[in-house]
Design a protein around this ligand. Structure first.
Ligand SMILES: *[C@@H]1O[C@H](CO)[C@@H](O)[C@H](O)[C@H]1NC(C)=O
Ligand SMILES: *[C@@H]1O[C@H](CO)[C@@H](O)[C@H](O)[C@H]1NC(C)=O
Ligand SMILES: *[C@@H]1O[C@H](CO)[C@@H](O)[C@H](O)[C@H]1NC(C)=O
Ligand SMILES: *[C@@H]1O[C@H](CO)[C@@H](O)[C@H](O)[C@H]1NC(C)=O
Length: 219
């Protein structure tokens, strides 16, 4: 290996160390993860059961747009759940290992009190993680911790790392580690994104997603 390669390697290592040392320094959370192949067959769209997919979902210029109204029907007839339009990632349900969801999300002003991303599977609760849009464009962990504010009308990068082995969750927004929490049990997990209304949800709810990736820790 030539001297220039050595210098490049050393400076790369230095950059990585620097980002590790400074938690508020944006980093690439996907380092050390393997990106898994995804195609249309891995995206199952859940929407109000009485409507066509095209009435609540569109995919244009690489952007998945999902919307739902508070008065819409749930995903199945007689389901007690609130209305949703969500992409449920299929083909990568997991029970162990370290998994990561990456996506660029966008929430238009007005959408409030709605879940926009989930790590499904938990026990006794149904989920391990819900990213919620609260009041005024906040992004929250369920109804508790605020992870980011003033997020309306702009794209943000979301990385969620779920270590199912160690039962641990990490959430990055725009490359910055914003939140960590223990897992919430469960034996089978998968990722979802879109809009899933909550009891106090706004009348109209929308989120857009692009660059969705599923990754798994190497080794
Ligand atoms: C899409 O992915 C599925 C599951 O990984 C695979 O079986 C299928 O062959 C892929 N289709 C195309 C067109 O790449
Ligand atoms: C997670 O645990 C499984 C066994 O339960 C093991 O095979 C796997 O290597 C572990 N993965 C990591 C990333 O530690
Ligand atoms: C949202 O913003 C309005 C207007 O600035 C403010 O009155 C209200 O307290 C904020 N709500 C929350 C939950 O931050
Ligand atoms: C969001 O929920 C809060 C608290 O339940 C409520 O006061 C507010 O009106 C809701 N926001 C919208 C836009 O529906």
């Amino acid at each position: 290996m030539g001297i220039l390669n050595h210098i490049a390697l050393i400076s790369a290592a230095f950059v990585i160390l620097q980002t590790r040392w400074s938690s508020s320094w944006p980093m690439d959370p996907t380092l050390g993860f393997l990106r898994l192949p995804l195609n249309k067959s891995n995206f199952h769209v859940q929407k109000p059961y009485d409507l066509q997919e095209s009435e609540r979902y569109s995919f244009k210029h690489g952007v998945h747009k999902m919307w739902v109204y508070f008065t819409d029907k749930p995903l199945y007839r007689n389901s007690p759940t609130h209305p949703r339009t969500e992409i449920r990632i299929t083909g990568y349900d997991y029970s162990s290992g370290v998994w990561q969801f990456e996506g660029y999300g966008y929430v238009p002003c007005g959408t409030a009190n709605v879940t926009i991303m989930q790590v499904f599977g938990g026990s006794p609760h149904a989920t391990t993680f819900m990213l919620r849009v609260g009041q005024n464009g906040t992004l929250t962990y369920y109804r508790s911790a605020v992870l980011a504010s003033n997020m309306y009308d702009r794209w943000f990068r979301l990385n969620v790392i779920h270590d199912a082995n160690a039962s641990h969750l990490k959430v990055y927004i725009d490359g910055v580690l914003k939140f960590e929490a223990p897992g919430r049990g469960g034996t089978s997990h998968y990722f979802k994104c879109g809009v899933y209304s909550q009891p106090d949800g706004s009348y109209y709810m929308e989120s857009r997603w692009k660059g969705i990736k599923v990754l798994k820790k190497c080794g």
